[in-house]
Design a binder for this molecule. Sequence first.
Ligand SMILES: [Zn+2]
Length: 378
Amino acid sequence: MRIFYETNHDISQKPSSDEYYPASKLKRVTVILTVKTVITAFITCIMTKPIQIELPLGTTFPSVNIWLIPGDEPVLIDAGYRLPESFDLLKKGLAENGYAISDIKKVLITHEHPDHVGLLPQILEESDASVWCHKALAPWLQDYRSQEKKTFAFFDIHLEAAGLPKLILELIAQGAIQRSLNIQVPDSRLRCFDTGDTLSIGDFNLEVLHTPGHCVTHYGFLDEASQVFFGGDLLLQKAPFPTVREDPDIAGKRYSGLPDFMKSLERLKALNVNKIYPGHGDEITEINPLIDRQVHRIHQRKEECLDWIKNGQKTVFEICQKMYESPNFMLQFAGAMMIFGYTDLLIQEEKISVSYNDKKEMIFEVIVDSSNARPVSR
Ligand SMILES: [Zn+2]
């Protein structure tokens, strides 16, 4: 599978120093860039603007977006979260823009999380829409419950390894059962694509980019002509936590989400897009400063995490209690996901090691850098 940061928008192909731009060429480059900016602005003006339909979520983020691409064959990007009022709110949002559910021809999915696929069963029931997704998402959309079952079994092992108390595990399991979705998109209505493919959606020609991190099967869609990006949960005003999933390449191993998330953000930065239509919140135009702030914050929190390990906190849950002091179990759960991420980064940086105790909990230890050790005086 070709992944996001290996697409042909490779940052390494760009000149890395001034020597590629001698003074005589600078003027020409500036003119070319200005012309490109004007053309992009013109294209953006004449293109149909995606319409944001915000649906309630009621958790960490207040709402989730469905983006409507208007046109003769209207398309939805993502399918919201299933709450009792959500489907009526979607219909209302469509009606305000002159459409009914039955008009929808395609639903394009960024990733499998329940807040992005929740209304698929109702949408499919009341329309002839087909569901467009990356081939890696097909098993989820064909039989959501069986994928969820596998994921939760994997989840249990790793949440126990995090040292989370049984009560939190039970509350998480209860919540998951309540939210459980019965999605079974028949093959006749499922259209799968691959990374690097281009999808013709309204006025947009969307290139499929693999944007792993928040989850391993996360995809974004880039329109090169207008430099807009449908980003799912890659870049939000508040960074999403990496979810616990099995590594697709190594059975039984947990996928390290946060290190991949950082790479995806860097890759997004190099794309220099003008606008992002995110999975949550309003469209984003101040993109690179937001990425810089999030990357900085993640490194800062990672260092705090290291300090707590130095201080004697040894499990994910022990660190979590120090870094996320909250009685709210959902916040503790989200915090634990972030600690998985920070410790994954620290392990990659060889600052900590991990072993397992007899309760199969992960125990972190600081790696003492012998090269920094003070010489023994004689
Ligand atoms: Zn989301």
